[in-house]
Design a protein around this ligand. Sequence first.
Ligand code: B12
Ligand code: SF4
Ligand code: SF4
Length: 307
Amino acid sequence: MDDSLRRWARDRGYQVGWGPAEIVRSAGSELLARREARELDEELFRETLATVSRPVLPEWAASVVVVAVPRAASVVHFDLGDRVLETILPPIYRHFRATFEDVRRDLQAKVLAGSRVEPIRAPLKAIASGLGLVRYGRNNLTYAAGFGSYLQLCGYVTDAQLPGADRLPQPPMLLPECDGCDICRLACPTGAIGADRVLLRAERCLTFANERPDPWPAWLPATSHHCLIGCLACQRCCPANPRLEISGSGVTFSADETRALLGEGAPTGGRNGDGVRRKLDELALAEEETLFGRNLRALIERRGQAR
Ligand code: B12
Ligand code: SF4
Ligand code: SF4
């Protein structure tokens, strides 16, 4: 089984780690302990960590499997009428949910046939680190050997008893490259990476602000916007990362669709609305329509391209 899981991952360009399902519960408890110790912002905890900190482990779960899937960034274009704006969608956003399901189905069909394999909502970096699959960078992202941090972590529980699944979780380790390095801290546009601790001040992370629909917080510099959603600043500068792979999404929003997305008078229903939704569907980001409009406006203003 060791070999077949590893071979399955290697043949697809993935990396894989596995261990006892109990690791899922201990990663959740560690998060709750950090909250108890007031290391985590309460609003951030409620909005992003409440579910993952209390993972539901089915009674049949024997092992946990985490797959590190390398992901590229994508380019999305918007016709602004007098010019075309090129924007970046960082790795993992495009086809995020579909990737979990594709990997799950493939894993079940090719390696764990006859076993149950289900996705888990749990702190995946902490689990992957406990399994020895990844190490932390000072930017709080995790890195798999040879892949860097441009990866999606996909976590599953299975009723299969995997060999070596009695091993104890490994303590978290920092990349050797982080020793004496503070490039990501200096590159972070919002001061979310502290000099005093590895744990991110996630409530200050640009991603936390641009993944939610609320008005921009007062502390967020208007100059910090550089992606359609998410942020790449602490990864692109990192010497432990390979060059970011950027693939064309083939998606260009027409001038009318861009105006509809920005809520600028053009009809949001009808043909333009349909076009917007079809293109968001192509990116598998249909739920992010409101965020895209708001974030796109911030990018246009940042680049001085407001019309
Ligand atoms: C909540 C969340 C967010 C929040 C909060 C981020 C955070 N760091 O908590 C926000 C919205 C800000 C966010 C932002 C981003 N996210 Co996010 N996010 C998550 C989510 C759902 C949970 C993360 C979590 O468990 N946080 C809780 C904290 C406490 O855990 P931790 O970050 O592992 O922190 C550990 C370390 O700090 C360690 N530690 C503490 N002290 C020390 C000291 C040393 C020496 C060491 C070694 C370790 C160590 O202990 C902590 C655990 O107790 C996961 C998906 C999932 N289900 O796990 C994705 C996930 C972490 N996000 C991901 C990504 C890609 C991003 C972004 C790059 C967004 C983007 N695509 O543009 C940014 C990156 C921000 C950053 N610099 O980390 C990927 C990360 C992939 C990777 N390579 O690691 C994940 C795993 C999604 C996925 N399925 O792939 N995210
Ligand atoms: S930029 Fe430097 S400190 Fe930050 S994660 Fe990369 S190697 Fe570590
Ligand atoms: S994702 Fe951006 S805002 Fe968040 S810690 Fe990294 S550089 Fe800072």
